[in-house]
Write a protein that binds this ligand. Structure first.
Ligand SMILES: Cc1ncc(COP(=O)(O)O)c(C=O)c1O
Length: 364
């Protein structure tokens, strides 16, 4: 029973094969007339997606990539010479080690502070920029803590970045999965006024439950001269690869249409599994000391347990004793033991059974 499963195509949530095939069969796919920034019709579809979420973006500030991972790689090429460094949040998405290593870029970690709702530690960030970091990566909402960046922290870190002529990279792939509205939350970091050159990243993987299509984007914003220059250089990088397929780009308006229904299914699934989890935790004796950390959005829930054994031992025992797979917190660089990370995406019948077994095992 896999509670690390976060692939929507394996959880019965993605658009159907017929919908995808119909979208991909749009006329025009037989010819090749590439635009390194992405076909205008596709960038217009991305702008319409932002508009539906309440934000205005200019198609001139968008550049398509095959994935968010590729978007990171392009931005690291753009912003860093080999050996230069990037500020990376902890705890967060584990792929940053590989993404930076593969671009020959060093990492400077900065803390997200649990006691302040996982807000970024601005002192760490100031130290990182003073040490030469060329950019700061934000994940908003963060994976797996589900915490959103707040406007005051955004303003402060954007100012710090600008003072050091550095950039802000905001990974917003989980943007559509906030649980409640909060006016303090930053939604799209690259829109609105900000001091630093800023890139918001999004993609079909999470927003539409379509990781297999391989289409994502970079939205650039900030001081106009710096933004324009960055986009020109990004266009050159993208022109070397031209990695987004024409059928995927032509299909984008339809994929967003089917994707918005998938998004609703995903939201429903998150709510249902979260309720199952909370009900199972409420049935455990309080001496077990197991709690779920508060979170504001995303696809994961984090459990905190007393540190009677290591995370590794607990995760392995769950596998051996009851066939339940979870991620140990160290995988995401949590600052404490014991944290266990659960995906909220699995099929409800699998999730219910897994959480039941997990509760019985952990409360022993
Ligand atoms: C925070 C975050 N960013 C990016 C990605 C990868 O997205 P893509 O499929 O667009 O590369 C993931 C995938 O889990 C993620 O959790």
């Amino acid at each position: 029973l896999d509670l690390t499963e976060s692939n929507p195509t394996r959880c019965g949530l993605s658009p159907s094969g017929e919908e995808i095939a119909g979208a991909l069969s749009r006329s025009g796919s037989q010819s090749y007339a590439p635009d390194p920034r992405g076909l205008l019709s596709a960038r217009e579809a991305v702008a319409a997606y932002y508009r539906a979420g309440g934000g205005e973006v200019d198609t001139e500030n968008l550049l398509l990539t095959a994935s968010t991972s590729e978007a990171y790689a392009y931005l690291f090429k753009l912003l860093c010479d080999p050996g230069e460094s990037i500020l990376i949040p902890e705890p967060s998405y584990p792929l940053f080690d590989q993404l930076t290593d593969l671009e020959g870029v060093a990492r400077i970690p900065y803390r997200l502070v649990e006691s302040s709702g996982w807000a970024p530690d601005l002192a760490d960030i100031a130290t990182g920029f003073a040490a030469g970091a060329r950019a700061i990566v934000l994940v908003n909402p963060n994976n797996p803590t589900g915490s959103f960046l707040k406007a005051a922290d955004h303003a402060a870190l954007s100012r710090l970045a600008a003072q050091h002529d550095a950039a802000v990279i905001s990974d917003e792939v989980f943007l559509d999965y906030g649980f409640r509205e909060d006016p303090e939350r930053v939604r799209v970091a690259a829109t609105g006024v900000q001091d630093a050159l800023t890139f918001s990243l999004g993609g079909l993987s999470k927003s539409c439950g379509l990781p297999q299509i391989k289409l994502a984007w970079i939205l650039a914003g900030g001081p106009p001269a710096a933004t324009g220059a960055a986009l020109q250089r990004l266009e050159l990088i993208a022109d070397v690869f031209l990695s987004v397929s024409t059928p995927a780009q032509l299909a984008l308006p339809d994929l967003f249409r089917f994707g918005s229904a998938a998004r609703e299914r995903i939201r429903e699934r998150l709510g249902r599994n979260l309720a199952t989890l909370d009900a199972a935790l409420a049935r455990l004796p309080s001496e077990a000391g197991i709690s779920r950390l508060p979170f504001e959005g995303g696809w994961s829930a984090v459990l905190r347990l007393p540190s009677t054994r290591s995370e590794e031992e607990i995760a392995l025992a769950l596998l051996d004793d009851c066939d339940v797979l979870v991620h140990p917190g160290w995988f995401f660089n949590f600052p404490f033991e014991v944290a266990l990370v659960l995906s909220l995406l699995p099929l409800p019948e699998i999730f219910e059974e897994a959480v039941e077994r997990l509760g019985r095992n952990l409360a022993r």
